[in-house]
Design a binder for this molecule. Structure first.
Ligand code: PMP
Length: 355
């Protein structure tokens, strides 16, 4: 077997131990005689798996019973619409912080549904909460905790007093602790760091659910999803199962504090090389740099292309930047090891010497 070193932004690398477990259980899930994909979501086996995955996610983030954990479909993109649909009018527009491509998409979707104020824009908005103004009376404030394309990350989730904070944590999910005192609602598509595409994890405070608008079609209503245990219809059973295995892996490896430590180490290795370099360019101030998705450029498309081809030759895969910004992007999710990043930075130093 020759597994590549995979820096994909998503769908992304999964821990080998999880893939091997899936392989082991694929034909016969724990004595059932068939796979979990071939089992009813109402079966005792799937219900047990669903409960265990929720319990483990609660343990990972230290969530008490005030929080609901939902496993929905429609990707993080559907959350862009569900949030503005479910929160009641607060007399003021909802507040959005525009830190990049995904925040802008969330804003456009929300504008189809309700009035929105953009409180602040650009990378510096992450570390300058004062510039957002007084948010009292807003139904909620939405942030994109980590911008997968632009490589901008909030140093920490902002605390807004009584105003609920909704955070898109898609690409930092499971890479650092979640301050549950700050976020009233946090959501993540699984395919970055927690499994195959198809399931979206939503962590939401019960108070927020209780205060939510009443009459929505059931598939768009957090309250109805919560009451039905995320089984209003057939959930994405296989993706949910794999996400559950990833949660077990995270706990066995030392939990989210250990994931944060590893993420810090890996990103420091990479930024150190970028900061020393005359070839590689980064554009962001250090306080809002993402520790998870690291974009950089080599000054021309030709050089970017040469870099990517040479990297492929060394087994370093999926380093192409997002089409909106070009260049290179290394995503340092939990399945990417420190040794993988060391191989990347060695390659980058070699490439710079010979460029
Ligand atoms: N938010 C962020 C931060 C993302 O990175 C992505 C996907 N790249 C999305 C939202 C959209 O996710 P999905 O494809 O699951 O709808």
């Amino acid at each position: 077997m020759n597994r590549s070193i995979n820096f994909s932004a998503g769908p992304a690398a999964l821990p080998l131990a999880v893939l091997e477990r899936v392989q082991d259980e694929l034909l016969d899930y724990r004595g059932l005689g068939h796979s979990i994909m071939e089992t009813s979501h109402r079966s005792p086996e799937f219900m047990e798996l669903a409960d265990r995955s929720k319990r483990n996610l609660r343990a990972i983030y230290g969530l008490n019973d005030d929080f609901e954990v939902l496993f929905l479909q429609g990707g993080a993109t559907l959350q862009f619409a569900m949030i503005p649909m479910n929160f009641p009018d607060g007399g003021r527009p909802a507040g959005y912080v525009d830190t990049g491509v995904w925040a802008s998409k969330a804003i456009s979707e929300a504008r189809c549904i309700r009035e929105v104020d953009v409180l602040a824009s650009g990378a510096s908005a992450c570390s300058d909460i004062v510039s957002w103004g007084n948010c009292e009376g807003r139904p909620y404030v939405h942030i994109t905790a980590n911008e997968t394309v632009n490589g901008v990350q909030f140093p920490e989730l902002p605390s807004m007093g009584d105003t609920p904070v909704c955070a898109d944590i898609s690409s930092e999910f499971l890479t650092r602790p979640l301050d549950v005192n700050s976020a009233s609602l946090a959501y993540a598509g699984a395919q970055k760091n927690a499994g195959p595409a198809g399931v979206t994890i939503v962590i939401v405070h019960r108070e927020v659910i209780d205060a939510m608008s009443g009459e929505l079609p059931s598939m768009l209503s957090y309250r109805r999803h919560a009451r039905a245990g995320s089984m209003l219809n057939t959930p994405a059973t296989f993706s949910w199962y794999v996400a559950g295995l990833v949660f077990e892996w995270v706990l066995a490896e030392g939990g989210v504090a250990e994931m944060e430590r590893r993420t810090e180490v890996k990103s420091r290795l990479l930024y150190h090389v970028l900061d020393q370099s005359d070839l590689y360019l980064t554009t962001l101030p250090s306080e809002c740099r993402s520790r998870v998705n690291v974009p950089f450029w080599l000054g021309s498309e030709t050089m970017d292309q040469k870099f990517l081809e040479a990297a492929e030759g060394r087994g370093l895969r999926n380093l192409k930047g997002h089409q909106r910004v070009g260049g290179i992007r290394a995503s340092l999710y939990n399945a990417v090891s420190e040794s993988d990043v060391r191989q990347l930075v060695e390659f980058m130093q070699d490439f710079e010497r010979t460029a």
